[in-house]
Ligand binder design. Structure first.
Ligand code: ZN
Ligand code: FE
Length: 255
């Protein structure tokens, strides 16, 4: 069992911090900024054991140099395909690799998730999924480097994980994503109810994350492109075609 805490960074990033009650170590995912991590470690009296990186963007890697200075022995584990863009990695991983976090008695499987960036990876250890900027609650990452077909395929890999998977995304984009999702499926009742739920959380300044795969399969339009009725509504005859159209519409959407 892991205790997973969101450390807020910048406008809407979360740096996820993995701890265990009687364990002196912790692990952080995508530290775009070192300060929230250093403050948390000091408050909790923990040492930094490892850093997991999903992709090369600065809001996910910007804290590495300062954290490395403070914790020179910490492992820094990230995508092989982006190692030239993340020079501080101590370990490069890709699809099929397993990351052993021995002090936590936990191992993460690495999943290649090209789309947002070409080398983007996710880390999965049942029931926890750290998916960076690939899957968001009610949305998905922008296609900065990959094609719609690549991103759709990456999302389908995630959709195939168990329904009770806890999805730890890196951004609090949920309410804006929901406004778009409701324009695509205005009559989707679980979607309407989930918007109410998330609005209540945000009013109390609580994260809407993690979400679960079960929820996302009901409410996330980017995971619902296999739905024939939805394809017909947008005159698409394939899931990738619909995904591509929805992603382009979301890029233009003013919430
Ligand atoms: Zn990104
Ligand atoms: Fe990001």
């Amino acid at each position: 069992m892991l205790t997973i805490s969101p450390l807020a960074a910048f406008e809407d990033n979360y740096i996820w911090c993995l701890c265990q009650p009687d364990n002196p170590f912790c692990v952080v995912v995508d530290p775009g900024d070192a300060k929230p991590v250093l403050t948390f470690l000091q408050q909790q009296q923990k040492s930094l054991y490892a850093i997991l990186i999903t992709h090369h963007h600065p809001d996910h890697t910007g804290g590495l140099a300062e954290l490395r200075q403070a914790w020179p022995d910490a492992r820094i584990i990230g995508p092989t395909a982006e190692h030239t863009k993340i020079p501080l990695l101590t370990e490069q991983v890709q699809q099929g690799d397993v990351v052993q976090l021995t002090p936590f008695n936990t191992q993460f499987q690495v999943i290649d998730l090209p789309g947002h960036t070409l080398g983007h990876i996710g880390f999965y250890s049942k029931p926890y999924l750290f998916c960076g900027d690939t899957l968001f609650s009610a949305g998905c990452g922008r296609l900065f480097e990959g094609t719609p077909a690549q991103m759709h395929n990456s999302l389908q890999k995630l959709a195939a994980l168990p329904a009770d998977t806890e999805v730890y995304c890196t951004h609090e984009y949920t309410l804006a994503n929901l406004r778009f999702a409701l324009t695509i499926e205005p009559d989707n009742q679980p979607l309407q109810a989930y918007q109410q739920h998330c609005q209540n959380l945000r009013r109390r300044n609580k994260p809407t994350l993690p979400t679960t795969l079960a929820t996302e399969l009901h409410i996330n339009p980017f995971l619902r492109c296999e739905n024939n009725a939805l394809q017909q509504r947008y005159q698409q005859d394939s899931a990738v075609g619909l995904f591509s159209q929805l992603r382009a519409m979301k890029d233009q959407f003013k919430s």
